[in-house]
Ligand binder design. Structure first.
Ligand code: GAL
Length: 343
């Protein structure tokens, strides 16, 4: 009886509003539709800010880490190339169980706002964060590209946390075996060995370096691959005991052709094969650049190609493209798809 009155009131108000042509939407949750190349919203309806990112799967949840880009974009003077920059905003973490609804967790690695000598100072470059779990030390380990404004510092930084979403405690940065390290990714193999893969020698050659057992340091075991081929933005996956790497060419923020390479082992003989993208604009990776390849947790041998569609003069307004990789016998392709969906 007590309930009846509000229900009747609601009914009357609804009818009146409908008579006036008002569209009543009770849902406040933003649409979880992820349209490739358009703004993606988190569960609170705010644009997702996770560029150059990677995903960790842990205990039934995906954790998406990426560069926080905010504020104005400017061009660094005195560089021959189009060195557009924003202040380094640190690394954020979003979580999701279905890869569609992304909840902002926290700033996983905060920038340093006061000490200009810190690797994490906002005036630096913090790019392409990736996280893996180390069984031995029971910690989550993040590696990222740490650089100076003009990209001459060329180092890889490492941070750790007890929980996947952070906060991560920054340890230090390296030039692994005294070699430059810029665009990078991580790959953890089934035998728990992990590798840091990075553009070195002024981006001319890709390096694959085995990490120490705790994943906190580079070891002296490494391999130079794609020598003098100027590859960037590496992303690695493993399929039926073979290793695949998709990388971009080296044209700054401008999109170029992706290439797929294959090897029988991580430190093996990598062979560059072909451009895996298919469809309109496949010659320029659909206007985007690789960042990570995500194995789908419940689906064996299914992967998602994750890429950034950079907006060089307004970097925080850069967008994402996620495309399922289509694998048929020996052919591996990435066809264009308007929305990100997995079957
Ligand atoms: C790209 C690289 C990005 C960023 C940019 C700077 O080639 O993949 O992560 O470093 O250059 O221009």
């Amino acid at each position: 009886m007590i309930l009846k009155k509000p229900i009747i009131q609601y009914f009357i108000i609804t009818m009146v509003l409908l008579c006036f042509g008002v569209n009543i939407t009770l849902a406040t949750k933003p649409s979880a539709k992820l349209i490739n190349g358009e703004t993606w919203l988190d569960t609170k309806g705010r644009p997702i800010n996770a560029h150059g990112g990677g995903i960790l799967f842990h205990k039934g949840k995906y954790y998406w880490f990426g560069e926080i880009k905010t504020g104005k974009t400017w061009r660094v003077q005195g560089q021959k190339w189009e060195c557009y920059r924003t202040n380094a905003g640190g690394v954020c973490c979003y979580s999701s169980k279905n890869l569609k609804d992304w909840k902002f967790e926290k700033i996983a690695l905060s920038p340093n706002m006061t000490d200009s000598t810190s690797d994490l100072h906002f005036s630096r470059v913090l790019e392409r964060p990736k996280v893996i779990y180390n069984q031995k030390i029971r910690k989550f380990v993040m590696w990222l590209h740490v650089d100076s404004e003009d990209y001459s510092y060329a180092r890889a930084g490492v941070a750790v946390s007890n929980s996947p979403e952070g906060p991560y405690e920054y340890i230090k940065s390296f030039r692994p075996n005294e070699n430059m390290s810029r665009d990078m990714t991580l790959f953890k193999d089934a035998d728990e060995k992990a590798y840091l893969i990075y553009s070195s020698e002024n981006n001319a050659t890709m390096y694959i370096c085995m990490l120490s057992d705790d994943y906190l340091q580079p070891t002296t075991t490494y391999k130079r691959v794609f020598i003098n081929q100027f590859r960037e933005a590496p992303a690695v996956f493993k399929l039926k005991n073979r290793y695949y790497m998709i990388s971009s060419g080296c044209t700054g923020w401008a999109a170029n052709k992706a290439m797929l390479a294959v090897s029988d082992s991580m430190l093996g003989d990598w062979k560059m094969r072909y451009n895996p993208c298919k469809g309109e604009k496949s010659e320029i990776t659909f206007g985007a650049q690789s960042t990570y390849i995500l194995p789908l947790c419940k689906k064996k041998n299914q992967f998602v190609f994750m890429a950034d569609k950079w907006n060089k003069t307004d970097l925080p307004n850069s967008k994402y493209l996620w495309l399922p990789i289509v694998i048929k016998n020996d052919s591996i392709h990435i066809p264009w798809q308007n929305n990100f969906t997995t079957k």
